[in-house]
Design a protein around this ligand. Structure first.
Ligand code: URA
Length: 327
């Protein structure tokens, strides 16, 4: 069998009323297409997608982080079976002016509903459905984060850092990890779990067969508590509604709670020492309770126990039919 790899993107723009319009290119045979093409030797999938977009549309685009979908299909070329894999990203443009290449005879900007009428392939319909849902999630998350970032200035007494460290990862992730609160490194970089705890967490996930970049990582309180103190009850209470709204937007199948605070507020577990490794199914979410990686950095025994928990969670996550990412 021959393997072929291409990449490209679902391109969208918002019209003056905020309506989402997707770009479809029209091939000479009348079929509709996305800007996409072969990944050349030495090129990454993103680089190939950028090049194809420029060549086929002349548009300058902004890639939406976290979205990538792999579509696959078979066809025959000179009697040989070919498996074609397409890695598709999501990109936004501000301009509607497209300069098509000789490969296409036209283009249209269409709503999701119009596209589902025009397109005949099921996986392309699914692709646009996923893309529409992702755009909606991004709008909701951006709105939530800008509201959350204002929390320090709306409170009379505020003893945490004033800088929000938002969650990070694909908004359609099946696995979400919830820590306690950002540390100093996270406060400086505005990214969760990038310090020593974060590095240990990534390595444990990797060993458990969970790819960190497929997960959404956040904390119960998303502002750095000075000197790394535990957030107060009042601080947790103020931040909880935002964490709950993040969960509502992401809609994960699994939530791994890291440490006593997130374990307690999300599952009611009182003692991590006694209950780490527990898997709790509640409504449509499977919660997995374990230690915080900062504790595993301090105590060898905790490191061993937490690594075991992660291996068990990895098996549970990978056992089902649920894919942990959309590839
Ligand atoms: N610990 C957390 O709980 N969250 C972070 O973002 C970093 C460290």
């Amino acid at each position: 069998m021959i393997f072929e790899f291409s990449s490209g993107a679902v391109i969208f723009r918002k019209d003056q009323d905020g309506k989402i319009l997707f770009l479809l290119l029209e091939k000479a045979n009348g079929e509709y297409d996305l800007p996409k093409g072969h990944i050349e030797k030495g090129e990454s999938a993103v680089e190939a997608a950028k090049r194809e977009i420029t060549e086929e549309t002349g548009l300058s685009v902004e890639f939406i982080p976290g979205f990538s979908i792999m579509t696959k299909y078979f066809f025959y070329k000179n009697k040989s079976k070919v498996l074609k894999k397409n890695k598709l990203f999501l990109a936004e443009v501000r301009s509607s002016k497209v300069t098509i290449s000789p490969e296409h005879k036209g283009y249209s900007w269409l709503t999701f509903e119009e596209i589902t009428e025009k397109i005949k392939y099921k996986n392309t319909k699914t692709l646009f459905k996923e893309a529409s849902s992702y755009i909606r999630k991004k709008e909701l998350m951006d709105k939530l984060n800008s509201e959350y970032a204002k929390l320090p200035s709306s409170e009379k007494i505020w003893n945490l850092s004033k800088r929000l460290v938002p969650g990070e990862g694909p908004l359609n992730a099946s696995v979400m990890l919830v820590g306690q609160a950002p540390g100093k490194n996270e406060d400086e970089s505005l990214r969760p779990f990038i310090g020593r705890s974060g590095k240990l967490l990534s390595s444990m996930m990797h060993k458990a067969g969970i790819n960190r970049s497929d997960t959404y990582i956040t904390s119960t309180v998303q502002f750095f508590p000075p000197a790394n103190r535990l957030p107060t009850e009042n601080e947790v209470e103020l931040c909880m509604p935002f964490l709950m709204r993040q969960i509502e937007i992401i809609k994960p199948s699994f939530i791994i709670t890291l440490g006593s605070l997130s374990g307690k507020v999300l599952t009611g577990v009182e003692s991590i020492e006694k209950e780490h490794g527990r898997i709790i199914k509640r409504n449509s979410i499977t919660y997995m309770v374990t230690y915080h990686p900062a504790a595993a950095l301090r105590f060898k025994r905790v490191l061993e126990l937490m690594s075991e928990d992660f291996k068990k969670f990895g098996r549970e996550i990978n056992a089902g039919t649920i894919e942990i990412n959309k590839e």
